[in-house]
Design a protein around this ligand. Sequence first.
Ligand code: BDR
Ligand code: CA
Length: 318
Amino acid sequence: MPVPVILDCDPGHDDAFNILLAAAHPSIELLAITTVAGNQTLAKTTLNARRVCSAAGIRGVPVAAGRDRPLHGPRRVAEDIHGGSGLDGPRFGQEEPDVPLDPRGALTLLRDILLTHPTPVTLVPTGPLTNVAAFLLAYPELAGRIERIVLMGGSTGRGNTTPAAEFNILCDPEAADIVFRSGRPVTMFGLNATHQVRATPEVVARIAALGTPLSALCVDLLTYFASTYREVFGFDAPPLHDPLTVAHLIDPSLTELVRAAVTVELAGTYTRGATVVDLHGVTGRPADTEVAVHVDAEGFWRLIVEAVRVLGDGAGPR
Ligand code: BDR
Ligand code: CA
């Protein structure tokens, strides 16, 4: 049986590839895409999600907009990494994407799906955790309908937005705290894992060789992403963080997970938004979170290239 999944995202170059992977692979039943402010404003991340779906022929998957700001604290975007549109690189043109916006909004859509889907659903957040936290606060009685939460965020080591904090967690630390303490099973793909999957020129060449309009768009995305990661972090090739979440659901053998207590720093003068991961059990806190520590990068890229191939054939998802 395919895994029923809702993506909650802020596209974002790597979020875009997660949408493609989830839509393309027969092991995933993509029930909905909800958007959140993060890499860019909510209006832009929502437009980008619809643009990606349009370009890839992903139709019939509802797309709904969620929160436009964190539960607490200032709004921030990652324009230095994802550009002014949040998805710089490809030329999308001015026309409206043909994939509509679901008028219900993210929280209502989540509620409707969790109430009606025959089995519990896996949430895959790859942006700030605002929508998920807001949902848990609004509908605590539906928490049990969430099978697990497989998220990209945090790190077992240092951050990428401050020395201590990763972008998604720093955008809304209070939301992240609610999610990690929700009691639902959480699997965390942090920077320590996602930095193991770099879109090298060899990977980009494999995607280019597919020779479809979608593969050309993906090459444009990765080329832009590579340029900002080179400029900002001095990386030779950019890490494609977010799709490790769905890749894990497709093939758990690609990732080595360990169990650890994860605490979100809410107060630190220099460390707000850090994920404090107790890998050695020194705090005595329950090791209740699964934390990705090692990734089969080649297996991951095989899935990504195959997803672009399947969708690029023009047949649409599966
Ligand atoms: C995370 O931040 C965003 O810029 C990416 O889309 C990813 O979800 C990496 O820190
Ligand atoms: Ca993201």
